[in-house]
Design a protein around this ligand. Structure first.
Ligand code: GLN
Length: 287
């Protein structure tokens, strides 16, 4: 006997609940929708539609992967961020809603139709850079990543979103090779988790997401030590930056940017009211 959409959803919820997962209801819905090629409206509007044997087999595969704590984003191969949909895999950090704080800050201050340039250091899937470019049609961007595999994901996403002509993607070690005074805006979500905290993370993150995108050395701050002076070097005078931080890193990261000569340094909170983004500027030229 084949399952219908409603039975599939209810069964999936039960299994994921039994596995002790944090969000069994939403996960079950997303996995049933993808396996059965159904929309959210189908589950409500057409609940007795039968799954084909292939769809049932696919759902079984998805559920068993989820029970082994593979993230939903990896099972589906995509994740929504800001207003765009991105392809993701285990070579990139899955975009988090917290990171939208960076995008929000940029869109508040950077003009709609002027031609300005943005550099995203550690571009990963392209979440930050491509969200910004999708909302600012005259802006141009450069994304740098040390991982060739991550750049392949970003390249794919740029093409799918019709943004390839305004994005360059380069393999590199942070700002190595980039010229002084080159960008109006620099953004980054660098790895910032302290090494001994990594083992305490949820299995979805610890076992499935790239360490390279997470680990920030003994105190989590290694990359900001490199990035603060380098971001100030590659920014144009008067240019601005915004970098994501861990919830307890405000004081340390603000101090690193002030020591590098930044002005207007401030920390923005995410939707959960945690310190999440340090932003600031490079001094304009004296006139
Ligand atoms: N916010 C991510 C997490 O907690 C970490 C992101 C990062 O290191 N840049 O999993």
């Amino acid at each position: 006997m084949s399952l219908n959409l409603l039975q599939a959803w209810q069964g999936a919820k039960k299994r994921l609940e039994a596995a002790g997962l944090a969000g069994p209801v939403i996960d079950a819905r997303l996995l049933v929708e993808a396996a059965a090629d159904a929309t959210r409206a189908d589950i409500v509007g057409d609940p007795y539609r039968a799954l084909t044997p292939e769809q049932e087999a696919k759902l079984e595969d998805f559920l068993s992967r989820r029970e082994h704590r593979e993230p939903v984003s990896h099972i589906l191969g995509r994740k929504g961020f800001w207003k765009i949909m991105l392809n993701v895999n285990s070579d990139v950090l899955t975009p988090r809603p917290d990171t939208e704080t960076v995008v929000e800050w940029v869109l508040r201050d950077f003009p709609d139709h002027a031609a300005w340039s943005v550099l995203d250091l550690g571009v990963g899937s392209g979440a930050i850079l491509l969200s910004i470019l999708s909302e600012r049609p005259a802006a141009k961007g450069l994304g740098v990543d040390v991982s060739e595999e991550a750049l392949a994901v970003a390249r794919d996403n740029a093409a799918n979103l019709g943004l390839a002509s305004r994005v360059a993607l380069l393999r590199g070690d942070w700002t190595t090779g980039l010229g002084d005074d080159s960008f109006d805006l620099v953004v980054s979500n660098p790895p910032y988790i302290a090494s001994d905290v990594i083992e305490t993370l949820e299995p979805e993150v610890r076992d499935h997401e790239p360490r390279l995108a997470l680990e920030g050395g003994a105190d989590g701050l290694d990359h900001y030590r490199v990035l603060a002076p380098e971001i100030l070097r590659v920014l144009k005078p008067g240019g601005r930056f915004a970098v994501e931080i861990g919830y307890d890193q405000k004081a340390a990261v603000e101090a690193l940017f002030r020591a590098a000569g930044a002005t207007d340094v401030q920390t923005l909170k995410d939707l959960g009211d945690r310190d999440r983004v340090v932003a600031g500027a490079k001094k304009p030229l004296e006139t």
